[in-house]
Design a binder for this molecule. Structure first.
Ligand SMILES: [Zn+2]
Ligand SMILES: [Zn+2]
Ligand SMILES: [Zn+2]
Ligand SMILES: [Zn+2]
Ligand SMILES: [Zn+2]
Ligand SMILES: [Zn+2]
Length: 414
């Protein structure tokens, strides 16, 4: 039990001490410092001193802290009101006093530092110290610091020919061009200078463009050219171009007998040969050389043939060609006629005429012939038309003959 009482006692004591310290810290707040931005040598930077979370404050004394070889204090002013607000460049500090306990939670003071000339580029630590007192007579010293970035106040005066300053390399016509660099930090500027001299031409290029021709070539003699430099300049030394050769056409030249490949420069011929006749010309296609396509004989002009298909009327006939063309109608050319029925004393005769061109027939009657006598009854029985009886007789004879042949064949088979 004694141990427990002792433990509780010690714990309570520690807790009260901790709480009293917290209360004290909260009362005087937190100090911070910030710079207005990057500056160059000779410029002035403004630093803002901020006190936050302070209560019941009755006085503050601020002292800027800086490297006097690099900075010079040029001014300072309080940003809050008090019964006394004082800042001295000579004593390098500022003091403020409040009439009563004041809560502070803002920027309280700004001071300006001029960067001394000759200060090199870099980041420099600047600070301040604030002695804060409260109405309960408690005092505490707060500190803060920040970095002031000093950039180079370039002086692009150095002609450094290191490759990193190269703008364009030397050519046959121009020296190399470099950017000036900063004498302090080495940074590359934007102005340029030339260094060295232009390169000398190197005439080692075998360019066969027309402008380098020394002596033009022929089909049997190679051309001669001047050597050139990579920059295009023409040298004075020469070289012989590619071996000479004829420039034969890729298509055949022809006359009525032969075909050949001809050199466009000198007219020299190669592969000359007589045409190779293809199939004979027809109405549809010409006869051509199977090697070069030369037309040996033109296609044959179409000749109408009107005798294959005849058309006719009583008076005329006309033919039709395979190409659908029809000839002009012309009168039939009748033959001497064939008597199909002789006239008798009382009956008319009949004659069939045939056109010797188109084969059309016509029937004509002849007058009765008193010198003939009516002999056959079949002829007598006719109704005035030509030999029906004779026709029937002929057809009957054919029928009888056919039956006879058929019977003979049947008998032979048996
Ligand atoms: Zn510089
Ligand atoms: Zn050149
Ligand atoms: Zn040639
Ligand atoms: Zn040919
Ligand atoms: Zn025709
Ligand atoms: Zn006819």
């Amino acid at each position: 039990m004694k141990k427990r009482i002792l433990f509780t006692l010690i714990f309570s004591l520690l807790l009260s001490v901790f709480l009293s310290i917290s209360a004290l810290a909260a009362q005087h707040g937190t100090l911070s410092l910030s710079a207005s931005g990057a500056v160059k040598a000779g410029d002035t930077v403004t630093l803002s001193v901020k006190l936050t979370g302070a209560e019941s404050i009755d006085g503050i004394a601020v002292t800027p802290i800086y490297d006097e070889t690099k900075f010079e204090l040029t001014g300072g002013s309080w940003k809050v009101n008090g019964v006394i607000t004082d800042f001295s460049v000579d004593t390098k500090d500022g003091v403020i006093a409040f009439a009563e306990g004041t809560a502070v939670n803002t920027t309280i003071l700004t001071f300006t530092l001029k960067v001394k000339s000759g200060v090199e580029a870099g980041a420099y630590t600047v600070g301040c110290s604030a002695e804060v007192s409260s109405t309960d007579k408690a005092k505490s010293t707060l500190n803060a610091e920040t970095q002031v970035k000093v950039s180079c106040s370039h002086s692009f005066t150095v002609k450094n020919t290191d490759s990193k300053y190269l703008k364009s390399a030397a050519t046959c016509s121009s020296a190399a061009t470099y950017y000036y660099s900063c004498s302090k930090c080495g940074e590359k500027g934007t102005t340029t200078f030339k260094s060295g001299s232009a390169l000398t031409h190197t005439f080692d290029q075998k360019n066969t463009a027309e402008k380098y021709i020394h002596t033009a070539g022929t089909c049997t003699k190679a051309a001669v050219y001047y050597y050139s430099c990579k920059c295009g300049s023409k040298g004075s030394e020469t070289f012989v171009g590619a071996d000479p050769d004829h420039r034969y056409a890729e298509t055949w030249s022809t006359d009525k007998d032969n075909h050949w490949l001809e050199c466009s420069a000198c007219g020299e011929r190669k592969d000359q040969a007589a045409h190779v006749p293809g199939p004979e010309a027809t109405e549809d296609s010409a006869q051509v050389c199977t090697a070069c396509g030369y037309e040996i004989a033109p296609a044959i002009a179409h000749q109408h043939d009107f005798t294959k298909h005849w058309y006719s009327d009583d008076a005329t006939h006309w033919g039709k060609c395979g190409c659908e063309e029809e000839s002009q109608p012309t009168a039939h050319t009748w033959d001497n006629g064939k008597v199909v029925s002789e006239p008798t004393a009382k009956k008319q005769g009949a004659v069939v005429y045939t056109c010797t061109d188109c084969g059309r027939t016509k029937l004509e009657y002849t007058d009765p012939d008193p010198s003939k006598s009516d002999r056959t009854s079949s002829e007598k029985d006719g109704d005035g038309s030509f030999g029906i009886g004779a026709l029937v007789g002929v057809l009957g004879g054919i029928l009888v003959g056919a039956v006879g042949v058929y019977l003979t064949l049947v008998k032979r088979k048996k």
